[in-house]
Write a protein that binds this ligand. Structure first.
Ligand code: ATP
Ligand code: MG
Length: 363
């Protein structure tokens, strides 16, 4: 069976360092590993509209921002197909059939959807499209026969839902769809990077992000304002590392060589944590260190992004158009197989007419 990846992002804003450690960085590694037969990266504009129906301009404008972030991080259109969800209408059609295989109560139990409904203050006015987006995600994954879906841990319930739909479909209509597997980052912190405010998840919708496109000055300002330990007031006070966003980010981003380079008084992150716990280590010092670490990682991305934005916008739009055309062809093939399995391929080789003739001959 071919090894195929599908993954993507909602164009609701620029991508942030949570996306980077949670998914993007891994995608680039997988792309370069040569182990995959096909990689599809989807800009999920239709999904973004499920909770931004009144703001299509936002979704529209962010398509190019997300594409720039992808290319700046090293995704290579020669190796991956980058496409826009709404340009593949087959995905919507698949969703319509999958809807019959999922119950309302099953959707209501989805922990991610539950949490996102709370986050967005929908209360009782939940758009049906938003409520059913796990089904649409199953369509996105199965349309490309994806075996592997690299995501942050908030997406695990979505992949589980997709797997259930695949099993249900195959049981009901015969083997047609491929069951996908989620791949989440090994480093637990990278599975769900908290926001600069210390809240559970860095998220575009919460405004607690460090964006890949942020300038060196913005990066520094955000780090200097980051949430640490609220009880660590004087330098001499003992501090807490757990739940302290600066240390969480150091867990996600710092490597042993960063200490030799930027903070030679400490040989490792453990030594730094130990000093912080004991007292005598100020927040500014650890923030400066984090700034150096992040700047080293983000500066090349930022520079590539600026160069792409200045000189290659036209080519990027053309790349997205072509990617959407080739993704559409693949999805159309899967949809044809799905309809054949469901016996709604009435006019394929005159199927229904032939059956009618056969029935008549038997009578
Ligand atoms: P929105 O607030 O619009 O939902 P988002 O910031 O949650 O935006 P998505 O486009 O929903 O971003 O997520 C895209 C991918 O990035 C998913 O695989 C998701 O798991 C991953 N991801 C998003 N935020 C984080 C984070 N803070 N840490 C790790 N992975 C993340
Ligand atoms: Mg999200």
């Amino acid at each position: 069976m071919p090894k195929i990846i599908l993954t993507g992002d909602r164009p609701t804003g620029r991508l942030h360092v949570g996306h980077y450690v949670g998914s993007l960085k891994r995608r680039v590694e997988l792309q370069n590993s040569g182990e995959y037969d096909k990689i599809f990266i989807m800009i999920a504009d239709a999904q973004a509209l499920t909770d931004n129906a009144d703001n299509p301009a936002k979704v529209r404008q962010n398509i190019i921002e997300v594409a720039l972030d992808y290319l700046a991080c090293g995704l290579d259109p020669e190796k991956v197909t980058i496409f826009i969800q709404s340009q593949v209408p087959e995905l919507t059609e698949l969703s319509f059939y999958y809807m019959n295989l999922v119950t309302v109560s099953r959707l209501q139990r989805n922990p991610t959807v539950k949490n996102e409904i709370l986050m967005r203050n929908f209360e009782t006015s939940i758009p049906v499209g938003f409520f059913t987006y796990p089904i649409s995600q199953a369509s996105d994954i199965t349309a490309f026969k994806a075996t592997t879906v690299p995501v942050g841990d908030d997406q695990l319930p979505m992949i589980e839902q997709a797997r259930e739909i695949v099993r249900r479909f195959n049981q009901t209509y015969g083997d047609t769809l491929v069951e996908p597997e989620a791949v989440i980052p090994e480093n637990e912190i990278c599975q769900r990077l908290p926001g600069t405010d210390g809240k559970a998840k860095m998220s575009k919708s919460l405004g607690n992000c460090i964006y890949l496109a942020d300038s060196a000055e913005e990066l520094k300002r955000k780090i200097m304002n980051m949430y640490t330990d609220p009880n660590h007031i004087k330098v001499t006070d003992p501090g807490t590392v757990e739940g302290n966003a600066v240390f969480t980010y150091l867990d996600a981003f710092s490597r042993p060589e960063h200490f030799a380079k930027y903070l030679p008084d400490y040989e490792s992150l453990d030594a730094l944590k130990e000093h912080y716990r004991r007292g005598g280590l100020g927040d500014v010092k650890i923030k400066r260190f984090l700034n150096a670490v992040l700047e080293e990682e983000l500066a090349p991305i930022r520079e590539r992004r600026q160069e792409l934005e200045a000189n290659h916008i036209e080519e990027i739009y053309e790349m997205l158009r072509q990617g959407s055309v080739s993704a559409q062809k693949v999805a159309a093939q899967t949809l044809a197989e799905v309809k054949r399995s469901m016996k709604i391929n009435y006019f394929e080789d005159g199927a229904l007419m032939k059956e009618h003739a056969e029935r008549n001959a038997q009578e």
